[in-house]
Write a protein that binds this ligand. Structure first.
Ligand code: S3P
Length: 429
């Protein structure tokens, strides 16, 4: 366990940084690279612990992957070329790895055992197990497959049409990855639109996918071809510095090459509504939209966030909650019960940790209510609870707090942003 002393009570943030590659897109680029025929070259890959777990799982399935920092070469095996692993696959802390892998493994003619860390052991898996069983896979695990350790015996899959009970890109993607191996057309109906990186990547690798309103359809037995993927910066990582710059006086920060996929950019709309000074310059991109974001300090006001917006900013809610402590008036975050089943119960961890700094924040059944503006200060030990986004949110909270602050389990931040503290220091100098 790493306890880290945090920088507190700063003056301003200035400068520009290049945000590391998007985590969701990095995972998918390795997965599709492995399932395609031929070679895939990935640039600006995120070498965070989660995406390295995806690489390690595919190596155990017999895929040759060469990774040096942000550059990755995947020698694809095609859907029929994966090998039965000699060992259990360990997904570490990564929900995206385990849920998408299950969709892939559901169509493979062998049995695979899957484990993860203690946090993964508490995350619900029935949401993927149920549709994959309907398609024909045999899945067993703790509490009838609700929790890891799990094992997946693949089969020849039947296509299904499946209405998602929760808005989840991981579940949608698992079904589409199984659907690509099924005999016929598989459809997923989403309650609200979620991130569409899987759909975009199917097309980038030469496959076909159709969207009709909330219904997404793939046909089975498609052949995917290896390609070049450039991963844009992760807007979910950029969000920490967007918030930090907006909250600290006389700040101006430029975040280069950030992914601006509309299914992920809810944070920009919300911050603008709060009164943030944000300017975007679009850049040329292939597969996924991207741009440079400039953000300056400004006065902020409270907002209400719910409904369709939630899946478009689900991972940014911890940092939005912090931002709301610095906004005038009340902020209500609702329709976000999914936060309870992320790397931690983020309704409880966000409220509990920000209260240590004196924030006026109340957890609710499906979100948070925050009243601002509050001057933050404290001396209690802060904890990431092993959740990368809680750790980064607290490190940004410390920047605007008085007192001496330390963060326990700071190593969790390596899951999605190993350079995080270097970037904080860069913007302080
Ligand atoms: C992700 C989907 C979201 C998100 C997670 C990454 C993905 O999870 O919170 O960080 O890459 O598909 P859910 O599918 O559980 O909503």
């Amino acid at each position: 366990m790493d306890t880290k002393k945090l920088q507190t009570d700063i003056q301003s943030l200035k400068g520009s940084i290049s945000i590391p590659g998007d985590k969701s897109i990095s995972h998918r680029s390795v997965m599709f690279g492995a399932l395609a025929e031929g070679e895939t070259y990935i640039s600006n890959f995120l070498p965070g612990a989660d995406c390295l777990s995806t690489i390690s799982c595919f190596r155990k399935l017999g895929v040759d992957i060469q990774q040096e920092g942000r550059n990755v070469r995947v020698y694809g095996k095609g859907f029929k070329g994966l090998q039965a692993p000699a060992e259990t696959l360990d997904v570490g802390n990564s929900g995206t790895t385990i849920r998408l892998m299950m969709g892939i493994l559901a169509g493979q003619p062998f049995k695979t055992n899957l484990v993860g860390d203690a946090s993964i052991g508490k995350r619900p898996m029935t949401r993927v197990v149920k549709p994959l069983r309907e398609m024909g896979a045999e899945i067993s695990g703790r509490n009838d497959g609700e929790f890891t350790p799990l094992s997946v015996q693949g089969a020849s899959l039947k296509p299904i049409s499946y209405e998602l009970p929760v808005a989840s890109a991981q579940v949608k993607s698992a079904i589409l990855l199984a659907g690509l191996q099924a005999d016929g057309e598989t459809s997923v109906i989403e309650p609200e639109a979620t991130r569409d990186h899987t759909e975009r990547m199917i097309e980038q690798f030469g496959g076909t996918v159709r969207r009709n309103g909330k219904k997404i359809t793939v046909s089975g037995n498609q052949m995917l071809k290896g390609t070049n993927v450039h991963v844009p910066g992760d807007i979910s990582s950029a969000a920490f510095f967007m918030a930090a710059a907006a909250m600290t006086p006389e700040s101006e920060v430029i975040l280069n090459n950030v992914g601006l996929n509309p299914t992920r950019s809810g944070i920009i709309e919300v911050m603008k509504e709060m009164g943030a000074d944000i300017h975007i310059e679009d850049v040329q991109s292939q597969g996924e939209p991207a741009g440079h974001i400039t953000i300056r300090s400004s006065r902020l006001k409270g907002v209400t966030i719910g409904g369709r917006l939630i899946p478009r900013l689900i991972d940014e809610i911890p940092i939005i909650a912090l931002l709301a402590t610095q906004a005038e008036g009340k902020t209500v975050i609702k329709d976000a019960a999914e936060l309870k089943v992320k790397e931690t119960n983020r309704i409880d961890t966000v409220a509990g940790e920000l209260k240590k700094l004196g924030a006026d924040i109340q957890p609710t059944d499906d979100g948070l209510i925050i009243r601002g503006q509050t001057k933050l200060s404290g001396s209690e030990l802060l904890s990431s609870h092993g959740d990368h986004r809680i750790g980064m949110m607290l490190a940004i909270a410390a920047l605007i707090s008085k007192g001496e602050l330390e963060l326990s389990h700071a190593e969790a931040i390596d899951v999605s942003y190993p350079q995080f503290f270097d970037h904080v220091n860069q913007l302080l100098n």
